[in-house]
Design a protein around this ligand. Structure first.
Ligand code: ATP
Ligand code: MG
Length: 390
């Protein structure tokens, strides 16, 4: 820059362009802002930015200075060859007085605007080329003469390099943002899988047992078989309700109606009747817990009981809920069975075993903790502490 005022206005324009870039998080919006800022700042007739794909073409191609009709008339996106390839594959800047005179120039479609002077730079993050930004036809002061005109200067190249660097940062940020959104969605999916496991797969398991019982009774005792089949219908309806609740994130209805202690007691009684093992429940002096903690305690108790009855072959299972913590505000849930026990460190996390992982997540999710004490031949004790609170 040669005049006193130009650098300041140049800086203000660059700053405005950078601010605009950082306001957008969608990749396409970022690219559009970059391209129009570059065209305006460098006073060019046309500007474009291409982000390559893995197949020799472009995943994104954004232009400025070309009308929609013109753009449609030009036809398919350019392939990556010639001068574009030089910028993208060799990461080298291209400043040409007349692009048409370059030996690598391969012509363009009929509707393509006529271009002469050309400035193109790679947009790179370290060694990785994210794209290329290029300008054509610098607007010259005075009437435009055909052929090589005033052209882009070394100063223009510096300015475009600066924009390209910021474009790289903005593109990387936008990609990270999109990635983090994907991760949030994946996290949400995991949560849903755990909820479904806790709420629905247990119900379906009971349903299967009851249906089997009905099948064995059907000839011997049709009257009882009918009762069991009615039970199957009731369990199926409950499973459907639970499924709906998971989808809209409702609490188990019984918690609101009867409270945690009564819900646990009923659950234990039902299992006691349904299984040969003795299932007993007792509770002392637990204060009301925040809703999320009550729900977590109920779900962990259900899964621990379910595991004991399904895997341990126990003579008895004892469930207790007691007051706990320094001010007695919290609660301690304990589910102990005298069954075959297992080695908790040997349960591989991956694969189909969700129960233990889900119990741990639930305890952690409400500021509590979970311990699993078990060994082959020694039975199993699951304890969950929750802090309580207002
Ligand atoms: N009380 C228990 N007694 C004996 N083994 C148990 C007990 N609880 C868990 N296990 C063992 O730990 C494994 C993992 O339990 P986990 O609840 O994570 O998965 P799962 O019950 O196999 O499947 P699901 O995902 O349906 O719960 C079980 O397969 C079982 O071998
Ligand atoms: Mg389980």
């Amino acid at each position: 820059m040669t005049t006193g005022s130009a650098p300041r206005s140049g800086l203000a324009a660059v700053s405005a362009a950078l601010l605009a870039m950082n306001r957008h998080l969608e990749v396409r919006d970022v690219l559009k802002t970059i391209v129009s800022s570059a065209r305006e700042l460098l006073d060019a007739e046309y500007a474009a930015l291409g982000v390559p794909d893995d197949h020799g073409g472009f995943a994104q191609f954004v232009v400025d200075g070309v009308s929609d009709e013109q753009w449609k008339a030009i036809g398919p996106l350019p392939r990556r060859h010639g001068i574009l390839a030089a910028m993208l594959d060799d990461a080298t800047p291209q400043r040409l007085a007349d692009v048409r005179a370059d030996p690598r120039f391969g012509g363009w479609p009929d509707a393509h605007p006529e271009m002469a002077d050309f400035l193109g730079l790679p947009v790179a993050d370290g060694d990785e080329v994210l794209g290329a930004i290029f300008l054509a036809n610098k607007r010259c002061p005075g009437p435009r003469v055909p052929g090589p005109a005033c052209g882009f200067t070394a100063e223009d190249e510096e300015l475009l390099a600066l924009l390209a660097q910021h474009a790289a940062i903005a593109l990387t940020n936008a990609r990270l943002y999109e990635r983090s959104r994907e991760l949030t969605i994946a996290g949400e999916r995991t949560r849903l899988a755990h909820e479904l496991h806790d709420a629905v797969s247990q119900k379906l398991f009971s349903l299967r047992l009851t249906a089997q019982a009905a099948a064995t009774l059907v000839h011997r005792d049709p009257e009882r078989a009918r009762d069991e089949i009615q039970q199957v219908a009731a369990l199926a309806a409950e499973a459907a309700d639970e499924l709906r609740a998971v989808v809209v994130e409702l609490r188990p209805a019984a918690l609101d109606e009867d409270g945690l202690v009564a819900t646990l007691r009923t659950h234990a009684q039902v299992l006691d009747r349904a299984h040969t093992a003795r299932v007993a429940f007792r509770s002392t002096g637990v204060r009301a817990l925040p809703a999320a903690q009550e729900e977590a305690v109920l779900r962990v108790a259900q899964e621990a009981l379910h595991n004991a009855l399904r895997h341990a072959g126990p003579g008895r299972v004892d469930v207790s809920l007691d007051r706990h913590g320094p001010q007695g505000q919290g609660a301690l849930l304990r589910v102990a069975d005298d069954g075959r026990g297992f080695d908790p460190t040997a349960v591989h996390r991956a694969g189909r075993h969700l129960g233990l992982v889900s119990m741990r997540d639930r305890a952690g999710g409400v500021g509590g903790s979970l311990t699993v004490e078990s060994a082959p031949g020694k039975g199993t004790v699951i304890e969950m502490e929750v802090p309580g609170g207002c």
